[in-house]
Design a protein around this ligand. Sequence first.
Ligand SMILES: [Zn+2]
Length: 68
Amino acid sequence: MTEPLRTCCSCGMKKPKHSLQRFVWKNEMVEPDPKQLLEGRGAYCCKDEQCFRLLLDKKKKWKRLFRL
Ligand SMILES: [Zn+2]
């Protein structure tokens, strides 16, 4: 069985789900979801500090990502 691929919302790279960090929208903030179990619309980002920072910078993108 092949692992589903997810796209990093910062750099746009497609990677296996487990190698990306999942985030959900919670309490008006981006919340990491290490176990990938939290409810809500999630976004994926590389486990990479640079990519994560990019995600935090793209506040305009959040609306679309998390369907706010
Ligand atoms: Zn990335």
